[in-house]
Design a protein. Structure first.
Length: 117
């Protein structure tokens, strides 16, 4: 199951720092909900357990760092292929030229705001 209705939609994260902070808050809530349940599951989340900063994004295809803030500290959008794989600009161009990126695109509703696209 994906986070949006259509599986063939790519997502644009307009404010990656705010998006990551929102993800971290959701992870905290999920951990709190599951911590006292005796169901054999332990909730592990990279955002909570590694000290990953909100402005540190890595391309899931080539492992290059994705710059998410400009020189003035304003957010720069991040493209999520298939709603889960962050892509750097080089990989966006590469996969777009191969026809892999989806025509359907939407902005993530949790962080819509001022951005550089």
């Amino acid at each position: 199951m994906t986070m949006y209705e259509e599986e063939e939609i790519d997502v644009i994260i307009s404010n990656p720092v705010l998006h990551r902070a929102n993800d971290r808050e959701y992870a905290k809530q999920m951990r709190e909900l599951t911590k006292n349940k005796d169901n054999g599951f332990i909730y592990i989340d990279t955002l909570l357990d590694t000290g990953l900063t909100d402005d540190f994004w890595i391309c899931d295809m080539c492992n290059d760092q994705i710059i998410v803030l400009d020189d003035e500290g304003e957010p720069i959008s991040v493209y999520l292929w298939l709603q889960s794989r962050a892509l750097c600009m080089d990989c966006i161009d590469k996969y777009d030229n191969k026809g892999y990126l989806n025509e359907g695109k939407m902005f993530c509703p949790c962080c819509i705001g001022k951005e550089i696209v």
